[in-house]
Design a protein around this ligand. Structure first.
Ligand SMILES: *Cc1c(COP(=O)(O)O)cnc(C)c1O
Length: 205
């Protein structure tokens, strides 16, 4: 689908173009149409693409699992938003190495899937408050979640609603971003209150 069509469907939510499975020519193609925000899920690949495209003013989001041995590299790349802070422990690991304020989101495992990273919904509010209180180099500004990996729309909706409720409860603590929705489920995610979608496949076919 082309970018204009996608932007019509995502109105009200900010579009992050996930470029993890495409090369820099595809990023350039979207940039030429006005897209500035891109997401990568591996530090090495974020480094590679952002260096190749360093003459462009792109906003890079890190959306993947962060291995401890890649923390310094990620920090050096100064992403616009680290969307995948998966725990208080990881927040502390990154916080203690930072020498500037890094915007980030707390990832919530609302679908309770073992394959997914993120804080359990029951613990999310507590951990969010603890990160706010203890990690002063992180600028925690919301939540991120991946919808249930299911064909049953009700289960996907439930996982989004779980995240949305946590986001609402955190709005008094300054939460502004609710990042949820991928190629297969972004319209549902927006209906459930997402204000940031991360789209990959649908942008490139
Ligand atoms: C790959 C990925 C996306 C995009 O997925 P598509 O199904 O290609 O739209 C979004 N969020 C995260 C965390 C991802 O890893």
């Amino acid at each position: 689908m082309n970018l204009d069509e996608i932007l019509k469907k995502t109105e009200g939510a900010k579009l992050i173009a996930v470029s993890k499975n495409v090369d820099t020519d595809a990023v350039l193609n979207l940039y030429a149409q006005g897209q500035l925000d891109f997401g990568e899920n591996r530090v090495q690949e974020l480094k590679r693409k952002s260096e190749i495209l360093s003459n462009l003013k792109l906003n890079w989001h890190f959306i993947g699992r962060l291995q401890s041995n890649k923390i310094n590299q990620l920090i050096a790349l100064r992403p616009i938003l680290w969307q995948s802070c998966e725990s208080l422990k990881m927040a502390h690991e990154v916080n203690k190495r930072l020498d500037y304020k890094l915007p980030c989101l707390l990832q919530i495992n609302s679908a309770r899937e073992l394959s997914k990273q993120g804080v359990e919904p029951e613990r999310a509010i507590d951990e969010y408050e603890q990160i706010l209180a203890e990690c002063h180099n992180l600028e925690l500004c919301g939540v991120m979640s991946i919808g249930a990996h299911e064909n049953n729309e009700n289960l996907i909706r439930e996982s989004f609603e779980t995240t949305r409720k946590i986001f609402d409860a955190l709005s008094s603590k300054g939460a502004k971003i609710c990042s949820m929705g991928m190629s297969d489920d972004f319209e549902l995610a927006i209906k459930c209150g997402s204000n940031m979608v991360r789209l990959g496949r649908i942008l490139y076919n």
